[in-house]
Write a protein that binds this ligand. Structure first.
Ligand code: HAM
Length: 420
C-alpha cells in the first residue's frame, strides 16, 4: 500500500471518467445558459458565518462542516453547499434582479462515506434571486428535468412539497412538536434528539419504530395560508402544462433549514434509498435578508454529480466520451520527425499523439493501436530520404496494401481527407 492515499470519502477522478465529469458540466451549462442563466464562480472557502445562517439546526452546519481558524485568525469553512455563497455574493455585489445564475463545483461535508455519499462531492445548480413568481418555480424544476432528459436518464421521480409561508411553517412545527412529544417514548432515540433540535426533521426518519407516529403526524397542507396554497397550486398547474410528472410528498422537508414554500427533490430509481436523492432544491425567501441584504425571494436547486453518474451507470446511459486522438505518429528515425509532424497536425486542428524514446517499429505500432487513433503516420529512413510519409489506417480494413505514401507537403490534406 502506498504511504499516501486519498482521504476517506475523497476520490481521484481519472481519465476517461474525468472526461465524463467535464461533459456533464458542459451539458448542464448548455441547458441553463439557453434559459438566461450566467455562471457564478465563488471561493471554496467562506467565513463560517455564511453557512451558519443556513440554519444551526441542520447536520450539514452543526456536524459536518470542515471548519478551521486560518493563519489570519479567521474562522472559515470549506463550503458544504453553494446556495449560501450565492446569496452572500448577491448581498456583496447587488446585481440587478432577477439574478439568474448557475454553478458547478465541489462541496465538503464530513459524512460517513459510502456508495453515493462522499466527503468531497460535486454539484451543479442554479439559483434565481429577486422573483416570487410560481412560474419561476416551474421553470427551475423544468430545467432540472430537461437536464436529466439530456443525460438520457429515464428513472427519475420528482417529489414536490410546500412548507408554507414562515408563519405557516412555524405553526406547523409547533403542532408537530406537540404531536411527537405526546409520543416521545415510542420514538427512536435518534428522533427524540432530533425533536429537540428540529421537529420537522423527525419526518425524515427512516427508522421503522418512527413510521406509525410520522404517519399519524399533522400534515403541512392543513396549515397553508391562502397565498402559500395559491402559489403551490399555480406551481402544480404549470408542471402539468409542461407534462412533467410529479408526486406531492408532504413529508419532504429536506436537510437544510432555509426552505420556505416550494421544496422538491429528484430521486433516482436505481440507488439505495438513503442515497437516492439525485438533486433537490426549493425557495429560501429569508436567506438573503439573514445575510444582511434586502428582503429578496430566492429559489434554486443543486444536483449531485457523483450520484447522478452512478444512476447513469445503472441505466447504462451517458458513457464517458471518446477522448482518443485521430492520428498516431510513428517515427523510427530518432523522434525529431515525429516532433515536427505532431506539431504541424495539432496546429491544423488534428488530434495527434506520438511514441517516445525511439522504440522499435513494432513497439511503436503497438502503442499506436492502443491509442484508439484512426490513422498512423509512419516515418522511417526511406520516407525521410524520399521526402514522404506513409499513412496507414488503424481501424476497419487492416490490409497492408491500404496504406499509402504521400509527399510530405501533402501530409495535412491527405490526413484530413482520410479522416473525413
Ligand atoms: P442538498 O439536498 O443538500 O441541497 O444537496 C443536493 C444534492 O447534492 C443531493 O441531492 C445529492 O445528490 C448531492 N449530495 C449531497 N450530499 C452529498 C454527499 N455527501 N455525497 C454525494 N452527493 C451529495 C443543497 O445542497 C442545496 N444547496 C440545494 C439548493 C439550491 N436549494 C436551493 N438552491
Amino acid at each position: 500500500m502506498p504511504e499516501f492515499q486519498t482521504s476517506p470519502g475523497m476520490r481521484d477522478i481519472l481519465p476517461p471518467e474525468s472526461g465524463r465529469w467535464r461533459r456533464y458540466v458542459q451539458v448542464f451549462a448548455e441547458t441553463v445558459e439557453a434559459a438566461g442563466y450566467g455562471q457564478v464562480i465563488s471561493p471554496l472557502l467562506e467565513d463560517i458565518g455564511v453557512f451558519q445562517r443556513v440554519g444551526d439546526a441542520t447536520d450539514v452546519v452543526t456536524k459536518e462542516m470542515y471548519d478551521f481558524v486560518d493563519k489570519g485568525g479567521r474562522h472559515v469553512a470549506l463550503r458544504p453547499e453553494l446556495t449560501a455563497s450565492v446569496c452572500r455574493a448577491f448581498v456583496q455585489h447587488r446585481p440587478a434582479t432577477p439574478w439568474k445564475v448557475w454553478y458547478a463545483g465541489s462541496q465538503f461535508r464530513h459524512e460517513a462515506p459510502q456508495r453515493g455519499r462522499y466527503r468531497q462531492f460535486d454539484q451543479v445548480g442554479i439559483e434565481v434571486l429577486g422573483a416570487d413568481d410560481p412560474y419561476l418555480d416551474v421553470e427551475i424544476i423544468a430545467l432540472g428535468w430537461e437536464f436529466y432528459r439530456r443525460l438520457g436518464l429515464r428513472q427519475v421521480t420528482l417529489l414536490l412539497n410546500s412548507l408554507g409561508e414562515p408563519d405557516d411553517r412555524a405553526r406547523y412545527v409547533e403542532s408537530l412538536r406537540t404531536h411527537f412529544t405526546a409520543h416521545l417514548g415510542e420514538l427512536s432515540e435518534q428522533s427524540q434528539v432530533t425533536l429537540g433540535r428540529n421537529p420537522l426533521r423527525v419526518l425524515d426518519s427512516k427508522r421503522r419504530e418512527d413510521a406509525p407516529i410520522i404517519a399519524a403526524a399533522p400534515k403541512i397542507a392543513d396549515f397553508y395560508s391562502e397565498a402559500a396554497a395559491a402559489h403551490f397550486d399555480a406551481l402544480q398547474v404549470g408542471l402539468r402544462t409542461l407534462d412533467i410528472p410529479f408526486t406531492v410528498e408532504t413529508k419532504l422537508v429536506r436537510g437544510l433549514d432555509y426552505y420556505r414554500r416550494t421544496t422538491f427533490e429528484f430521486q433516482g430509481g436505481t440507488l439505495d434509498s438513503a442515497q437516492n436523492a439525485l438533486g433537490g432544491g426549493g425557495r429560501y425567501d429569508g436567506l438573503v435578508e439573514s445575510l444582511g441584504g434586502p428582503s429578496t425571494p430566492g429559489i434554486g436547486f443543486a444536483l449531485g454529480l457523483d450520484r447522478t453518474l452512478i444512476a447513469c451507470d445503472d441505466e447504462g446511459v451517458f458513457a464517458a466520451p471518446d477522448s482518443s486522438v485521430d492520428v498516431f505518429v510513428v517515427d523510427t528515425t530518432g523522434g525529431a520527425e515525429a516532433l515536427a509532424i505532431t506539431s504541424a497536425l495539432r496546429a491544423a486542428d488534428v488530434r495527434a499523439d506520438r511514441a517516445y524514446e525511439n522504440r522499435s517499429m513494432k513497439s511503436q505500432m503497438k502503442v499506436a493501436d492502443r491509442s484508439g487513433a484512426a490513422l498512423a503516420v509512419i516515418v522511417g529512413s526511406n520516407e525521410v530520404a524520399d521526402g514522404t510519409v506513409t499513412i496507414r489506417p488503424l481501424r476497419g480494413d487492416r490490409e497492408l496494401d491500404v496504406q499509402f505514401t504521400v509527399p510530405r507537403p501533402d501530409l495535412i490534406d491527405s490526413v484530413k481527407k482520410a479522416l473525413s
